[in-house]
Design a binder for this molecule. Structure first.
Ligand code: S3P
Length: 441
């Protein structure tokens, strides 16, 4: 029970400036690129969450030293072929799909079999989506139930480039293939449904041999074998996926406003902003600037009295993929019926999130209709919750926990929420609860 939290009181009347933790996608990618660079790379504001710590442990296991000095993280890269690929190596990706999937692309040349394991949630997730493309390069995979972890990867020293259609809009699949392509002789071609672009932007910033042509729904990517990666000092911006909880909290709370400093607003990540603006939330970007190829800005958001329902255009899905649970809370308070479709990927996350989104809403009296890839939410602008709500057994999905806390803090009425597994925030946003305490002061 000590690992659960009780929330009884709404939060309102705050006008504050906050800084949320570093971006998880960029932190993990920076570590992986730095581990292959020739020399020492340094990062400021690296996210210190379990997914990122698992990445550090993984590169340490591969013989790459790291250190934290004066709040700066150092990675002592040993070059593109600098990993120590010992016999009987096991990498533990813990809860991190991004680590587990991306690192496999970098290991397809391993001379000895490598085992990849993960926690209970990651072990339920699909790794066939990665072993399918990566085996086309010439590496071999053995997966539990042909789909899951643990898996064993046996690499090849004779990797052939591939042509691949990535049709799920998954940045993890796309990035894993880009990494694979960096190890194969010749040109790898990827036609990828739009998804977050951090890997490509880092490749471009590092002058790696990559070309990207952006068309309407797809990106066409060409990658050549990489011989050298230069070191990269990086100041990691804040994570829009973590900011999302506070954007929604502010939008739903009375008489409040919030400025969130220096958040990554890569156009492939800002789906939540477009969606919430369409629903009537007032959000403005301030101090927009480009840093090392990535757009960053301060995000200003205000309480929003009149919220409208949305028939969410599917082209916004991939740019908001980690934010739908909190977006559903806004739909709960909006006037009218909101419809989110073509979202089968949401059930491929740390927990089946369409199901969990519906469960949270149903527990507060909001009617939903879900299929395996869509949800209709019947909003109620007069929503008041006057009961006890327990949220548990959700595979410790960090975003289910944080969404539940935001729901508990924002809706009117006399509710008492008992939300289990508060440790789940360690996955992506360890100071989530601390920021809430600061908002209450
Ligand atoms: C991520 C990509 C997304 C996202 C995940 C992080 C990344 O997953 O949900 O939290 O850093 O590449 P998919 O690529 O499976 O959509």
């Amino acid at each position: 029970m000590s690992n659960s939290i009780i929330v009884k009181k709404r939060i309102k009347d705050f006008n504050k400036k906050i800084i949320v933790s570093g971006d998880k996608s960029i932190s993990i990618r920076w570590l992986l690129f730095a581990s292959l660079a020739n020399g020492v790379s340094q990062a400021q504001n690296l996210l210190m969450s379990e997914d990122v710590l698992a990445t550090i442990k993984a590169i340490n296991k591969l013989g790459i030293k790291t250190s934290l000095k004066n709040n700066k993280y150092n990675v002592y890269g040993k070059g593109i072929n600098g990993y120590k690929l010992k016999k009987n190596l096991t990498i533990n990706a813990q809860n991190s799909g991004t680590l587990g999937r991306l690192i496999l692309g970098l290991l397809i040349n391993t001379p000895h079999p490598i085992k990849l394991i993960g926690d209970n949630s990651l072990s339920k997730r699909d790794f066939k989506r990665i072993s399918d493309p990566l085996s086309k390069f010439g590496s071999k995979f053995k997966l539990k139930n042909k789909k899951n972890l643990p898996l064993i990867l046996k690499g090849s020293s004779n990797l052939k480039p591939i042509k691949y259609l990535e049709n799920k809009g998954s940045a993890q699949i796309k990035s894993s293939i880009i990494f694979g392509g960096m190890r194969a002789d010749g040109i790898t071609y990827i036609k990828a449904k739009k998804s977050r672009t951090h890997t490509e932007l880092l490749c471009k910033y590092l002058n790696l041999p990559i070309k990207v042509k952006s068309k309407k729904n797809y990106d066409f990517i060409e990658v050549k074998k990489v011989k050298n990666i230069k070191t990269l000092n990086y100041k990691i911006p804040s994570d829009i996926s973590s900011s999302a909880f506070f954007i929604v909290l502010t939008a739903l709370s009375k008489n409040s406003s919030l400025l969130i400093k220096n958040v990554n607003i890569n156009p492939s990540r800002v789906g939540i902003i477009t969606i919430l603006k369409k629903m009537g939330v007032k959000i403005v970007f301030k101090n927009k600037k480009i840093y090392k190829g990535e757009w960053n800005a301060d995000i200003f958001v205000k309480s929003s009295k009149k919220l409208k329902s949305i028939n969410c255009p599917t082209k916004l899905n991939s740019g908001a993929i980690d934010e739908f649970l909190v977006i559903f809370l806004v739909a709960a308070k909006a006037k009218g019926t909101s419809y989110f479709k073509d979202l089968a990927e949401l059930n491929q996350k740390e927990s089946p999130r369409l199901k969990w989104g519906a469960r949270i809403l149903n527990s507060i009296g909001i009617k939903t209709i879900t299929t395996n890839n869509s949800i209709k939410i019947f909003g109620n602008p007069d929503l008041k919750i006057n009961k006890k709500i327990i949220i548990k057994d959700y595979l410790k999905d960090h975003r289910v926990f944080m969404t539940s806390v935001i729901a508990a803090l924002s809706f009117e009425g006399k509710s008492v929420w008992n939300i289990h597994n508060k440790d789940s925030i360690q996955t992506s946003f360890p100071n989530f609860l601390k920021i809430i305490e600061d908002l209450k002061k």
